[in-house]
Design a protein around this ligand. Sequence first.
Ligand code: E4P
Length: 391
Amino acid sequence: MANLLDQLAAMTVVVADTGDIDAIRQFTPRDATTNPSLILAAAQIGTYQELIDRSLRESREVMGANASADAVVHEALDEICVTFGKEILKIVPGRVSTEVDARLSFDTDATIAKARKLIGLYNQAGIGNDRVLIKIASTWEGIRAAERLEKEGIHCNLTLLFGFAQAVACAEAGVTLISPFVGRILDWYKKSTGRDHYPGPEDPGVISVTQIFNYFKTYGYKTEVMGASFRNIDEIIELAGCDLLTISPALLDQLRSSDGELERRLNAFDPAPTQDQIHLDEPAFRQMLAADPMASEKLDEGIRGFCKAIETLEEQLTHRLAALEGGAALTHAAHEIFQLNDLDGDGCITREEWLGSDAVFAALDTDNDGRVAADDVRGGLGAPLAMAARG
Ligand code: E4P
């Protein structure tokens, strides 16, 4: 019998939930999802340093030599998310989800502008809108932005979705896909009840996605349901048959090494009975969300968490930009000094040629052979600067 992952892939679109490109390669997901925390985590992996550096250099070019480091880093954030997305699209045949800056979650116009910019970067690389989902937090403002973006052919994945009100508003807005967060719902219930184990069928995250799925299918909404944020494979097993499930590499691996028969739990063609259809305007949405403390708290906390991840990444990028640009300036200065002192142009500076003081020459001439090469000059300049940077 096929392992659980292969059986799942026969009834649900399997999506890899990671920014780690090599991890995606190990599985054969159709799509992949990223978020600010996942991009931050991927940015810590040494093998992707070149992608980060390339994005920083391109952003400097876009912003110009006189732009401030803050402006370059701000630009680089978008570049980096899209760069990872483009690399992922070389592996997956389907779509990649790239998230809009979470700090814009309550600003419809700014969200639309950012989404257009991200999709523009993909388009410039020859990637069509059908291969990208722009991820937006499921706030009222985010859902309104998605509604307008969908009308102009930009497909959206509404994320940080914890409550039924958010799901209904997304479906009514005609968004392409929603990501209800199973595991974070479970986290909230565990913390608030003190109960430390919920078997799959009792898992409140599983119950929430099941309710949304049956409601959407019963009333014919086209919005795809993609369960996200899993804490264990029991949650995934209980949602077999969902349109899509986005799963971390660790849980994909666990599914792949598990046997047993996987039963379909959700069926788009035969949805379980559901509640009466409702329609939500802004006051009704806000009232319903406010009446659900889990969904309101988790939405706010989720936005805060993604903002924090972005700010941490920005700090790291600021340091990296300084290192890259400081390194280039240092090489240039060392080259100038060397050229100025190598009077006979033989590729090294002797004490007689050196225009500076004895003490500096002695410091640069580390092997005391009376000759200073170009690398000695760069090393000599770099050491005090590196010490200064370390503070
Ligand atoms: C995917 O779209 C979500 O961003 C992700 O599944 C969140 O997972 P987490 O709750 O483990 O952070």
